[in-house]
Structures are given as C-alpha cells and as structure tokens.
Design a protein around this ligand. Structure first.
Ligand code: MG
Ligand code: MG
Length: 250
C-alpha cells in the first residue's frame, strides 16, 4: 500500500534528513586509511543520537546489528561494520544510513574514495552520482516510477557500466521500506504514477563489470558477481507540486 505524506510530514522528513546529511558529512571526515568500518559505525551512531529524538533506523531492522551499512569495493550493499574491516588507500566505501526522527524515516547512501583511487573508481562514483541526479529530476507529478528507472539506467549505460537489478529503491517515511518499489531500470510512462505526497528512496547501485550479484555467507553482504567494484548513491525525495524536494540534503 502506498502511503502519502502531508506537507507537515514532509517537513519533518526534511528535518530528519538534515541530521542524516550531517551524519554522512561526519562519516566522510572520518574516512581514511587505517579506520575500520566499525569506527565509522560509531561515528554515525554517536552523531545521530547527539540530536534529541533521533535514532538510527537500521539498528535492529530485520535484525541488522549496526547503525550503518558499510560496503567496501566489490561489496554493493548491506556490509556489516566490523573492527577487522580496515580501510586502505585506494578503496571505495559505500555508506548507507537511515535516520528516524519525529516519527518519520529517511534513507540516504554515499560512496567515498579512501585516499587516492584509480581512474575507473573515480568514474564509477561520478556516473553513479549522476544517475541518481537523473532519477531525481524525473520525480515530478504526472511521471511514473518507470521514468525514474529509465533515466538512471540511461546514464549508467552511457557510462558503459551496469545497473544492479536485484535490489531496488522504495517508498520511505512511516516505515523504512514502503511501496512502491523503485527499480533502477525501466520504461518511461510505466509503473506507479507519481503524485504529490509520495516519498521515495532512489538508490542506484552501479557496477564496473557485470550486473550480477551474490550474497555472502553472512547472509547480508551483497557483492558483485565478478569481483569488480560497485557504488551506491541514495537520496530520499518527496514528490511535490513544486517539483522534487530532496529531503536528505540542504
Ligand atoms: Mg539506504
Ligand atoms: Mg533505501
């Protein structure tokens, strides 16, 4: 069931989304060689809880044990923070965070370079970020969910990379995961219609090599089928009569 949000509820999501944005910036400042993914989890959780009424959405969700998902290099999403997973110069690290504030969830992911990364990795981050912006631009009243996926995929194909199909964006707000699903591929004018009050997490996951995925024995971490690198960018976007309102950035 699609649950639309009132302008007031969207304002609350914006307030929580600003905490989430600032959390990403705090994590970004901590990303450097020698830091573990558990260190980043602590930075994020402490920062979120330092805001009255804010809690990490992911902790305990489906029994996930941490406040962030931290996925290095060929890990696409859902990496579990671990003191033994230490960042090295040249890595890329995808950080996915959810914040619950004022009764509403927001969801956002960024991928950071660690130190100096190779040209392919730098391009991967740029193409993935660009594909998210293309998807956001389609979040206007009267468009369809398929317009978002088609726009994301077009940027990725042009960049000669691949879109992950097994994992999708989603409605978000009252719960972390709501209807509708928002695939990162699709056909224009297909799928659910975009109406005012719809709030979507748009989250392209883009691979340098094959689009195929597999899940590790920890039952969480999703990695690329060929071991090549993957990036993940995500924002929570409200559909409004004035156009897309990205609530997870200023
Ligand atoms: Mg997310
Ligand atoms: Mg999401």
């Amino acid at each position: 069931m699609v649950q639309l949000k009132s302008p007031r509820e969207i304002d609350i999501m914006y307030a929580g989304g600003q905490i989430l944005y600032a959390t990403h910036e705090a994590v970004r400042a901590a990303v450097k060689p020698g830091v573990s993914t558990m260190d980043l989890d602590r930075v994020a959780e402490d920062f979120i809880r330092s805001h009255a009424g804010a809690t990490p959405s992911f902790k305990g969700l489906y029994n996930f044990p941490a406040s962030i998902c931290a996925s290095i290099n060929e890990e696409i999403v859902h990496g579990i923070p671990n003191t033994k997973r230490v960042l090295r110069d040249g890595d890329i690290i995808s950080v996915d965070i959810g914040v619950f504030f004022g009764g509403m969830h927001t969801d956002s992911a960024r991928t950071w370079p660690v130190g100096t990364v190779d040209a392919d990795s730098a391009r991967l981050l740029q193409v993935t970020a660009d594909s998210l912006e293309a998807g956001i631009a389609q979040c206007v009243v009267g468009n369809h969910v398929g317009d978002i996926g088609a726009a994301v995929e077009a940027v990725v194909v042009k960049g000669r990379m691949t879109v992950v199909r097994e994992l999708v964006g989603h409605g978000v707000g009252f719960q972390m995961h709501e209807e509708p699903q928002v695939p990162n591929h699709g056909k224009p004018k297909r799928g659910a219609k975009l109406v005012p009050g719809l709030t979507l997490a748009i989250e392209p996951m883009v691979n340098l090599g094959t689009a195929s995925t597999r899940t590790l024995a920890d039952k969480w971490t999703v990695v690329t089928g060929d071991g090549k690198r993957s990036a993940h960018f995500e924002h929570t976007v409200a559909i409004t009569v004035d156009g897309p309102r990205v609530v997870t950035r200023p």
